[in-house]
Design a protein around this ligand. Structure first.
Ligand code: FES
Length: 141
């Protein structure tokens, strides 16, 4: 059971997509671990630290900006995540670290597993913006 980042938490297993549904550099939105916690899944198409799948480049992050919680967007031309509110940029190929801007912390990483043909979310590393804990009372996604 994945409990990383929060000793008491038990993260749900959420099937996000099948591997076949994912096209490199085309992001897919989902909510995890609670409804409303927007997150983004993307196959970067080449191996990156912590990436999974055949390419080694499938990653997922919380899409709630660490500055003030706006929804960050994956920009395929640059391969980065951009916040539309104050233009913080994050690097999904490098653990979600801040490349530029006012954000002070990396985007929390959604832990993934491949289960047969499915990509499954199993946990979160880092605290999602706006929450005292990632599994604070709320409806599971
Ligand atoms: Fe994202 Fe300010 S809310 S940079």
């Amino acid at each position: 059971i994945a409990t990383s980042g929060d000793d008491e938490a038990e993260f749900p297993r959420l099937t996000i997509a099948s591997v076949a549904d994912l096209t490199p550099n085309e992001p897919l939105s989902f909510e995890y671990p609670l409804a409303g916690q927007s997150s983004v899944l993307v196959d970067l198409g080449a191996e990156v630290p912590g990436g999974i799948g055949d390419s080694g480049g499938i990653v997922a992050y919380s899409a709630l900006c660490q500055h003030m919680g706006c929804d960050v967007q994956f920009v395929s031309e640059g391969g980065y995540m951009l916040c539309p509110c104050h233009q913080s940029k994050y690097d999904p190929a490098r653990e979600g670290n801040v490349i530029q801007g006012v954000a002070q912390a990396p985007l929390p990483r959604i832990q993934l597993e491949i289960d047969g043909e499915d990509i499954v979310a199993v946990g979160v590393n880092g605290l999602i913006f706006g929450y005292r804990e990632n599994l604070a009372p709320g409806a599971r996604a």
